[in-house]
Design a protein around this ligand. Structure first.
Ligand code: ADP
Ligand code: ADP
Length: 225
């Protein structure tokens, strides 16, 4: 696990500045939710943490080391995207194992990691199934499993629930929260959904126009909106 530190982080594109110098400390094991309207810079911030976007200015540190120029893989951070791209032609086990494709573990060790991960997610009896044979919630768990199997120091979620119906969204909020309680891994989660922020976060970061407007616990923000 690792503390993630953002100091004066800036992202400028040719015509727009998406992120205007933000400062934030994400503590070990914390569930931090970035919330704010579309276009306020949440996704860009997350992508800079993941290493998918170059940092224009400022410093990003993970566990005390500056990672500005470090490749995504070296950061040992797992990103879970909105459209959970799982492979339809691969079994559940293969999909989860795909997270280990660059790993140096032996085949036996990989098999063990896949099984452990599947157990945590309640997928151990479904390892031979195809994604088309799963429910929406199970498919989402497979995508999370693919990120989890690498044992990352942090999970980054970019609007993971926004394409789901209301019922599945409510179920997945609870599942992701439970998973966090069980694993204790740092989570940085981006959403435009206030309910997700209020029900899942230890700490909410409210963004507006590329800046941080407010940081607080759900209770702080509920009492001082
Ligand atoms: P959010 O995730 O809060 O919806 P984004 O981080 O996606 O916001 O976008 C922040 C701003 O940066 C928006 O104005 C968006 O249009 C702009 N932006 C995002 N990505 C790019 C890009 N690749 N090139 C130019 N502008 C971009
Ligand atoms: P999200 O739903 O995560 O906010 P977007 O639709 O904003 O996704 O962005 C999808 C992709 O398009 C991203 O790679 C983002 O960097 C890029 N993008 C977003 N806004 C712009 C823009 N104004 N110009 C160019 N690319 C953009």
């Amino acid at each position: 696990m690792a503390t993630i530190e953002l100091q004066g982080l800036v992202k400028a594109y040719n015509k727009t500045t998406a992120v205007h110098g933000i400062d934030l400390t994400i503590n070990d094991g914390e569930f931090v939710v970035f919330v704010g309207p579309s276009g306020c810079g949440k996704s860009t911030t997350l992508r800079m943490i993941a290493g998918l976007e170059d940092i224009t200015a400022g410093t990003l540190s993970i566990a005390g080391a500056v990672v500005n120029d470090m490749a995504p893989k070296q950061r040992n951070i797992a990103m879970v995207f909105q459209n959970y791209a799982i492979y339809p032609h691969m079994s559940v086990g293969k999909n989860i194992g795909f997270g280990l494709y660059t790993s140096k573990l032996s085949a036996t060790e990989k098999g063990q990691r896949i099984l452990e991960t599947a157990k945590i997610l309640g997928l151990e009896d479904l390892l031979d199934r195809r994604p088309s044979e799963l429910s929406g919630g199970q498919r989402q768990r497979v995508a999370i499993g693919r990120a989890m199997v690498r044992d990352p120091v942090a999970f980054l979620f970019d609007e993971p629930l926004s394409n789901l119906d209301a019922q599945l969204r409510a179920q997945m909020r609870i599942e992701i929260k439970r998973l966090h309680q069980r694993l204790g891994t740092t989570i940085v989660y981006v959403t435009h959904d206030q309910i997700e922020a209020m029900t899942m976060a230890d700490k909410i970061v409210v963004m507006r126009d590329g800046r941080i407007l407010q940081v607080g616990t759900p209770t702080d923000l509920y009492e001082n909106p």
